[in-house]
Design a protein around this ligand. Structure first.
Ligand code: BEZ
Length: 183
């Protein structure tokens, strides 16, 4: 039983697993387009976290975890709760990196029709939003920067995450963010 993480799960899975590998999901791209009223923000001031958008020819590299059936049963209910605000479970097929093995997996995706969906904004607006948000699970910029760190450590170039991480780091250093659209 495999679960695919592409956000906080890559660096903070919170469950026991039998093996884990970087993995690629084809046909989707990762975007900070989902509002977080319960983890990296509040109902009154939601944070901005990742979801996946369907995009032909696109791909998203994250982390695949193989769980025992017992751990799957034990951890999946809390995980579904943790990620419930707008996310629904989907069955997909992943490519494990670097050996190319194909495995079936479960993912959570928050589609554009869910009530917390924020959609795109300028790079500056998204960076400021993330920089200013915090919730019960911690600071929103910590979520972004830990994800960016994991991707970098695994040699994964994700232009959207990289541009946001650079913009948020500039804000933290007191510099203005370059205007423009996030890739
Ligand atoms: C994750 O990979 O961290 C994740 C992202 C969205 C929903 C559930 C899990």
């Amino acid at each position: 039983m495999w679960i695919f993480g592409y956000g906080s799960l890559v660096w903070r899975p919170g469950f026991a697993f039998l093996e884990a590998h970087p993995a690629r999901l084809d046909g989707f791209v990762r975007r900070f387009y989902q509002g977080s009223p319960d983890h990296r923000g509040t109902e009154a001031s939601p944070g901005r976290v990742v979801t996946l958008l369907r995009e032909p020819g696109g791909s998203c590299v994250g982390r695949a975890f193989r769980l025992s059936p017992e751990e799957h049963a034990r951890s999946f209910a809390p995980l579904a709760h943790r990620e419930q605000a707008g996310y629904a479970r989907h069955a997909v097929e992943l490519t494990l990196l670097p050996d190319g093995r194909r495995v079936p997996a479960e993912i959570f995706v928050a589609g554009p029709d869910n009530p917390h969906f924020l959609g795109p904004a300028s790079l500056d607006a998204m960076a400021r939003h993330i920089f200013d948000s915090t919730g019960p699970s911690g600071r929103n910029d910590h979520y972004l920067l830990e994800l960016a760190r994991w991707l970098e450590a695994h040699g994964v170039h994700d232009p959207h995450v990289g541009a946001l991480a650079d913009a948020v780091s500039s804000l933290a250093a007191g510099r203005d963010v370059d205007q423009g659209d996030a890739p």
